[in-house]
Write a protein that binds this ligand. Structure first.
Ligand code: NAP
Ligand code: F7E
Length: 340
């Protein structure tokens, strides 16, 4: 049987790694797109580089000509757009750049598909950040978008334009609305990875302390491995549609810290309030403090998803709990510092 061909924008990121692994296992030929950068950006996907069914190309979703030539050359059946400036906090410092990549870049891919072969299936990596400030206890596909950052606003444009191309040009163009998902290869400056990597090092005397921002935001955290399964299922549907992918459970950043400390067998005691809140160890030494530089000009206080539609129509469910995720991430850090 002829192998399916997939093209992944954002292949060097966290989800790019897990999706490539999944598609190669399903016998796809996977073409990934990397950007030129001053240091080697392929650390996560190095293990695929010598596989026959994996090919890497230079490109950038802000460069329409590169998207067009890649589609012409590769002739994909499926295109997964995972490429983004994906840090919400950073989007406040680079709003135009973020909009260019996260919004206009998506439109560029859709245009390139429309002009070449509108039978290609397209997936757009949408986000719970599009919901932003919410009133609903749980957010689903019908919840209104109210983004609170340049990142979230750009992703709303991407979501909407993906729907428009689906309806206007009869294209298979689907949106995932994925809630936070983590893994050992999560980017270093996302809060889960920062907490786990820092507390592990602190425990073994390799780092003095950890400085965080808002401890009271709530997030619905799943595992990237489970979430790329959902992405794959969304693209395998006969009809394009939009799906919320989440666990349905939420925790504060502080609860995440406490769970990590428990797994690491570290005793932390919280003291003080607001910017003066700290966590101290058994010797009263400050392990965690707060700095307002990690607060955002606008915060998304609360997110908790309802994935009933994905469960019913995709047969998707989350397998790994928050405790499984933390344990896997802690073990990964312990292996790096030779303590496991
Ligand atoms: P990530 O680790 O930050 O990966 C982002 C990827 O996009 C990287 O491969 C990056 O390349 C690439 N990229 C950035 N700008 C690009 C451009 N102009 N052209 C081509 N590629 C570009 O993000 P992730 O966690 O895997 O997330 C994947 C996607 O899902 C993103 O779109 C993100 O916004 C979205 N999302 C993520 C979550 C989550 O919790 N992880 C939740 C909802 C939605 P470099 O390696 O060169 O930087
Ligand atoms: O922040 C708070 C911060 O940066 C989570 C991206 O994958 O998921 C991710 O976006 C929360 C926020 O993720 C620090 O204020 C406290 O409330 O880990 P994060 P995010 O902003 O939720 C969504 C679904 C995406 O789509 C994005 O691409 O943690 N927080 N102290 C901190 N956050 C960071 N980064 N660093 C801190 O020191």
């Amino acid at each position: 049987m002829k192998k399916k061909i997939a093209l992944i924008f954002g292949v060097t990121g966290q989800d790019g790694y897990y999706l490539t692994k999944l598609l190669l296992k399903k016998n796809y030929i996977v073409h990934g797109v990397k950007r030129r950068s001053s240091s080697v950006p392929t650390k996560r996907i190095d293990i695929f580089l010598n596989q026959r069914n994996f090919k890497l190309h230079y490109g950038d979703i802000t460069d329409f000509s590169s998207i067009q030539s890649l589609i012409k050359k590769v002739k994909p059946k499926e295109i997964y757009n995972l490429a983004a400036q994906s840090h919400v906090g950073v989007s406040f410092y680079t709003p135009l750049y973020t909009a260019n990549v996260n919004a206009i870049g998506v439109l560029a891919i859709l245009e390139a598909i429309k002009n070449s072969n509108n039978k290609i299936k397209f997936y757009q990596a949408g986000t719970s950040e599009m919901f932003g400030k919410v009133r609903e206890k749980k957010q689903n596909e019908k919840t209104n978008f109210n983004p609170q950052s340049p990142y979230g606003a750009a992703k709303v444009f991407a979501h909407q334009i993906t729907k428009n191309y689906r309806d206007a040009y009869n294209m298979f163009a689907s949106n995932g609305i994925l809630f936070n998902h983590e893994s050992p290869i999560r980017g270093e400056n996302f809060v889960t990875k920062k907490i786990i990597s820092s507390l592990t090092k602190i425990k073994y005397g390799m780092q003095k302390n950890l400085v965080l921002g808002n401890l009271y935001a709530k997030r619905d955290w799943g595992h990237a491995k489970d979430y790329v399964e959902a992405i794959y299922k969304i693209v395998q549907k006969k009809k394009a549609d939009d799906y919320v992918i989440s666990t349905g459970r939420d925790y504060t950043i502080k609860e995440f810290v406490n769970k990590t400390a428990k797994i690491l067998k570290m005793k932390l005691k919280w003291k003080g309030k607001g910017l003066h809140e700290t966590a101290v160890d058994e010797n009263n030494k400050i392990i965690i403090s707060i700095d307002k530089k990690y607060f955002r000009p606008l915060e998304v206080d609360y997110l908790r998803g309802n994935s009933y539609k994905a469960k019913k129509e995709l047969g998707w469910k989350t397998n790994l709990s928050i405790d499984d995720i933390i344990k896997e991430m802690v073990d990964f850090e312990l292996r790096i510092i030779n303590k496991l």
